[in-house]
Design a protein around this ligand. Structure first.
Ligand code: BTN
Length: 327
């Protein structure tokens, strides 16, 4: 039996209790089957009140992202105006890559309620449970050399950080290059993938993953010590559509500024939100580990580190660990 018939029945009597017996009779299923379907729906995020001798009453539906709500929340010219909203996909990065290869416009956005093979940086998996987060990818087509792509990563982190702060009030900061942390735990990761030709960018896909309304029990045990969510940090549910809208507005604004004025203004904004500058860190790079004090960004967006022997190095890619912190 599909759940929708049971849901339709409860929705047709809003606020009312419908007895198990009535449901079982109208849908021609056993009382046990009714109970099982109710539990299945509960797992999907529906909330019911069950009172003996009265029956079941639907209290709330899972919050879903809808086209209308998203478009209403987007105050942008082009970013997000071409929107594909999916219940489930392997990875929104893959969806956008296919659209990009078919010639999709800059600003095309794919959002999924759930990803089955969400990708993180450095070949890691990205946990993307249904209905709880923002899992989205945005297509960019800047006419820039491939070597500029890391700057777009920093730009994306600034945009998301500003939007998260404005919408939720949670004091998130940026760990170089583009992780957002709250109270030392990760709430957002950004994966920028670029496809180039003759040293120029053909397109970039900015993948943004935000743990929005996850509860601690939604995190796999290995993530509990290192990850958190905006709901856990703020103590309340966050309207995902409003947050998506503001992220896109910030992205569009900063991207325009970057194309006009170059990286300098973005670098200053990044510095203002950085939780890396001034910290003692160890960076794992492809060339080995570098330890020292993070001094901020150089003019291209590389991380300046003064090592213990006072030598200064610039790091272009790697994983930062704060000295004295496990995560
Ligand atoms: C990281 O490792 O910190 C980056 C995580 C990026 C996750 C996002 S979720 C939307 C998009 N689709 C993916 O498969 N990954 C990115």
């Amino acid at each position: 039996m599909s759940h929708s018939r049971l849901l339709d029945l409860l929705l047709s009597q809003p606020g009312q209790y419908v007895s198990g017996e009535e449901i079982s009779r109208k849908l021609s299923i056993s009382r046990t089957a009714v109970w099982k379907q109710i539990n299945k729906l509960r797992e999907e995020g529906y909330e019911f009140e069950a009172v003996s001798r009265k029956g079941y009453r639907l209290i709330s539906k899972p919050e879903r992202l809808e086209y209308s709500g998203l478009l209403q929340a987007m105050n942008t010219k082009s970013f997000g105006r071409r929107l594909k909203l999916l219940d489930v996909t392997t990875s929104t990065q893959e969806e956008v890559r296919l659209l990009a290869e078919q010639g999709a416009d800059e600003g095309t956005l794919v959002i999924a309620e759930e990803q089955t093979i969400g990708r993180g940086r450095q070949g890691r998996k990205w946990h993307s449970p249904a209905g709880k987060g923002i899992w989205m990818s945005l297509l960019l087509r800047p006419q820039l050399p491939l070597s500029s792509a890391p700057q777009l990563t920093l730009l994306s982190a600034v945009a998301v950080c500003r939007a998260v702060r404005a919408v939720t009030g949670v004091d998130v900061g940026i760990k170089w290059p583009n992780d957002l942390l709250a109270n030392g735990r990760k709430v957002c990761g950004i994966l920028l993938e670029s496809v180039g030709e003759d040293e120029m960018i053909r397109y970039c896909i900015a993948g943004i993953g935000i743990d929005v309304n996850l509860e601690s029990s939604d995190l796999p045990p290995e993530l509990v010590p290192i990850a958190t969510s905006l709901q856990i940090e703020s103590g309340q549910k966050v309207d995902r559509a409003v947050l998506v809208g503001l992220i896109l507005a910030e992205m569009e604004k900063l991207y325009g500024l970057y194309l006009e004025e170059g990286f300098a203004p973005i670098g200053h904004l990044w510095e203002a939100l950085s939780i890396t500058t001034g910290q003692d860190i160890t960076v794992k790079t492809a060339q080995g580990e570098v330890s020292g004090r993070a001094m901020g960004l150089d003019e291209n967006g590389g991380l300046l580190v003064i090592q213990e022997d006072k030598r200064q190095t610039t790091i272009f890619s790697g994983e930062v660990q704060f000295v004295g912190c496990n995560p």
